[in-house]
Design a protein around this ligand. Sequence first.
Ligand code: MG
Length: 391
Amino acid sequence: MKILKIETYILRVPLGNERFYSSQCAFPERNSMLVHIETDEGIDGWGEGGQYGPPEPVASCINDVLAKQLIGRDPLQPMVLWDEMYASTRDFGQKGTYIEAISAIDIALWDIMGKALGKPIYTLLGGAHRKSVPAYATGCYYRGEDPFDYRSNLHRLGEEAKGYVDAGFRMLKIKVGLLPIEQDLERAAAIRQAVGNDVKLFVDCNHSYNAFNAVKMISGLEKLGIVFVEEPVIPEDLEGYKYVRSKVNMAIACGECEYTRYGFKNLITAGCIDIAQPDICVCGGLSEWMKIMALAQAFGVWTIPHVWGSGIALAAALHAIATIPEFPHTANRVVTQNEPMVEYDRNPNPLRDLLLKEKFELVNGCVVVPAGPGLGVEIDRKILEKYLVRK
Ligand code: MG
């Protein structure tokens, strides 16, 4: 089998008045950079690269650099091609855009391999420990007419959180970091009150604090029974992570802004984190994710992928999570203790909800892993064309 054609698709959906904020920025749109690889045997594959940053540079890395290396090559060797792509871009890559481009291609190659062999990707990765994955809702961002007016948003925030529980979620990840610590603690307390004590809560700071303020924030959150706190300090600040981790009574998670085994090596071996959160569309794809998980496991660190993006990103993450062993093993798996969960973003995104012919529905708090060959999903061409801004 040979790679015949590689095309990128930049999809963009303006959110209008549905826009929302994290601690870092507004989200006025949802976008995704998809790659489509065709072969001479009629089998094709889809991948996705990057998160919410501008998708054009990622597409350019593929179109102007990587695709030229891959045309005519055998697609049934994703790790060989990964090593070649990484080696040829190392001097100007290593992190960021190039690795996001490699991630997209890698996912598409695994999709092709699964279709060629008639097996789901999780089987090719060694088999599934589970066929359906407990899901947590990601929501409770800053929104409303004035996202900075926390007091007027408290009621709406509680209603939003309760809506996730009513929809069947037993776990919820919320945002902090945009407002002063005291106000964000009030927001978190309002959410806890709205959902009750049985719902597991996680808190995402999007690296909004220095180490001192992170400790102050997390100490306040400890009273609310939060399971883990995500990105309390900037990903570059390994010393800050170590300091925070030594001072607080809460698991520390990080990794959506980190790349490859080499980036995670630093976070993990320095003792910065309890939970590694590589994003399959960012960290180097499924090939690299397996290496990151092995490295993390050897250091006693749990791996739970970060998920954002379209239905392709979600499908790739579900295959990856299906293969995570309970960590550590027990005869009775406990979600959030040793049974992994999938991040199910609940912010508006038609690229997640409509792009695939298959729909990811919540059943008993879990999302079913697609069982068809490859990613096990099919793109709805009408939706693809509707949101396509550049091919
Ligand atoms: Mg996050």
